[in-house]
Ligand binder design. Structure first.
Ligand code: NAP
Length: 553
């Protein structure tokens, strides 16, 4: 066993996004020698990178902030119900600076590999600046959507105009006036960009392969008086978030779908459609997620709303998804997205009818014509959740790589540990509760649990932890089973590991990426494990001596 003094750090956290910021706060509060390694030049993760016009979250801002500090809650004024990227990045900086967390962060440090050295029982981390660092515990706070993917289409490098993935939208102001812009993709990101820039560009051409169900965000400003009221209600707000499946204030309608009349269902939907945020998705009847007929009815309702907002009936039909029902994948919330197609300078190209052939020097060529652009925007999504793990060479016992282990499907214990990878923790890993909830609510649970686990070990002088194979199998089977009742399993989205641009992730194969049981059940599982002396985790004082098992679930 390595002497603590020989380690560079007791704990290394990878990633200075929403999860990494809170994790380092908890570790430094405990007096642990820890650091954060961040590939970007500054903190913020998602909110550092996604600077595209219209980028904002669709969690109510006051449910998105951290709940751990009363001071932060009292001092921060959210300006909008659904705050935009610049404000969100300011917020994360405010929190980090308030607690002097920057001094525990190292930027421009891309972790290239993390190898568990079984001889010396430590993690060896190779950083892009040439350094090799050691630590006992490795915490990967890599985010869910931090590995952008470009389309697999020829000629991307040939385009002579300006082009970028939305994740890499330039930091400086881009003057879009008079520009001919082409955008590939119609996911949540493109839907925000299109709604925001349609009236600012010269011409906008949208290349759509599969449409998404959308509903209005209905954003608004938050006045000083409203913010005062929110501050007084914070305890109540976080309590509500803790008992709802998605970690939002929105609670599902608990009346049975078939217990009420169709008229009553339509009354509910009329009301929810005009409410803000995810109301129409998450305050809906629970059957819409599991029952084909219920889902078909709500889908027909939303389709009518789309038809009511798009002038050209042929365009409206193209914007209505036919391959999946409303709400079975994450619903993009929009502001003026559908109305953008009523503008004379916006056109929709259905690439099922006229497939993309290649990117040319001047623009994009489909089977029908070449479109000329000044700017091409790739809103083509992410190699979600496991993608950022796959881009680091992570090796556990016997040289086993995480990439190999997860090639077919991720397997985890609680979404936070992997058997064969000692002393590795993931507060927001695949199959964790963070992936399918209001993210900060999820990661606070994850980070708190990881931190308490480290505290438990430290009190008992335990140096190593590892999920047992059996516990990992049980958790993964549980996650897989939950998918079997959800219509989500039939949809092609990052919740099922779909990405047409990543080998092995194309349509047709479900990867079990997220925990679908909702926040209360997930937290109950975490609490059960902790209160049973971390059943499912093997702790040792020395990994090389199997007889040295101190506690095993
Ligand atoms: P996405 O949902 O995966 O959408 C990617 C889009 O690009 C899809 O329309 C996809 O079409 C298209 N595409 C990909 N490769 C293509 C190709 N080779 N040719 C033509 N089209 C191609 O990615 P995203 O929009 O970035 O959103 C990802 C997630 O980020 C969301 O689900 C959400 O969780 C999160 N997000 C959140 C917010 C927010 O909080 N407000 C905002 C934006 C994003 P196919 O569907 O046919 O593959």
């Amino acid at each position: 066993m390595t002497n603590d003094a020989e380690l560079d750090y007791e704990v290394v956290v990878v990633g200075a996004g929403v999860a990494g910021i809170y994790q380092i706060k908890r570790l430094t509060d405990m007096g642990i020698k820890a650091t954060v390694l961040e590939a970007d030049p500054d903190l913020g993760g998602t909110w550092y990178n996604n600077r595209y016009p219209g980028a904002r979250f669709d969690s109510e801002s006051y449910t998105y902030g951290y709940s751990f500090s009363r001071e932060v809650l009292n001092e921060w004024h959210w300006k909008e119900m659904f705050s935009g990227q610049p404000e969100n990045l300011k917020y994360l900086n405010f929190v980090a600076d308030k607690f002097n967390l920057r001094e525990h962060m190292q930027f421009d440090c891309r972790v290239q590999s993390a190898v568990f050295d079984e001889t010396n029982e430590l993690w060896k981390i190779q950083v892009s600046d040439g350094r090799a660092l050691t630590c006992r515990i490795l915490i990967l706070a890599l985010g869910l959507l931090s590995q952008p993917t470009m389309p697999r289409i020829e000629g991307v490098e040939n385009f002579k105009g300006r082009s970028w993935h939305t994740y890499g939208w330039p930091h400086e102001e881009v003057d879009l006036s008079d520009q001919r812009v082409g955008i590939i993709g119609t996911g949540a990101t493109a839907i925000q960009v299109i709604g925001e820039i349609a009236d600012k560009v010269g011409e906008l051409t949208v290349f759509q392969r599969r449409p998404n169900w959308v509903a209005p965000l209905n954003n608004s400003e938050i006045s000083a008086e409203q913010m005062e009221d929110i501050r007084e209600r914070y305890d109540e707000i976080f309590e509500t978030c803790a008992r709802t499946p998605g970690g939002f204030e929105h609670e599902p309608d608990r009346r049975g779908f078939y217990e009420v009349t169709q008229e009553e269902r339509y009354e509910l939907w009329d009301r929810l459609y005009d409410e803000s945020g995810f109301s129409i998705w998450l305050k809906n009847f629970r059957e819409i997620f599991t029952d084909e007929e219920a889902n078909a009815e709500v889908s027909a309702y939303i389709a009518e709303r789309i038809r009511g907002r798009v002038d050209d009936p042929a365009i409206a039909e193209k914007l209505i998804p036919k391959d999946h029902g409303f709400g079975v994948q994450r619903v993009p919330m929009e502001t003026g997205y559908l109305e953008a197609y009523n503008r004379g300078n916006v056109r929709l190209v259905d690439i099922n009818e006229t497939p993309l052939e290649r990117i040319t020097e001047k623009g994009i060529r489909t089977t029908e014509q070449e479109f000329e652009f000044d700017i091409i925007v790739y809103a083509t999504g992410f190699d979600a959740i496991t993608g950022s793990f796959d881009h680091i060479d992570i090796r556990g016992r016997d040289g086993l790589t995480l990439r190999e282990k997860w090639f077919d499907n991720p397997t985890t214990f609680l979404g936070m540990m992997v058997s064969g990878f000692p002393n590795l923790l993931m507060p927001s890993g695949p199959q964790s509760g963070s992936a399918s909830t209001n993210y900060p609510r999820g990661i606070e649970n994850g980070v708190n649990w990881c931190t308490e686990l480290l505290d438990y070990m430290s009190e008992r002088d335990l140096k190593y932890l590892e999920a047992t194979e059996d516990a990992e199998k049980r958790w993964t089977d549980h996650v897989v089973k939950m998918y079997s009742v959800m219509l989500m399993r039939k949809a092609q989205s990052w919740f099922t590991g779909y990405n047409s641009n990543v080998e092995g992730h194309e349509a047709g194969k479900v990867r079990y990426m997220v925990y679908n049981g909702g926040t209360p059940k997930y937290v109950a599982s975490l609490n059960d494990v902790a209160s049973n002396d971390y059943e499912g985790i093997r702790f040792t004082a020395d990994t090389k001596d199997p007889s040295d098992v101190i506690a095993a679930g």
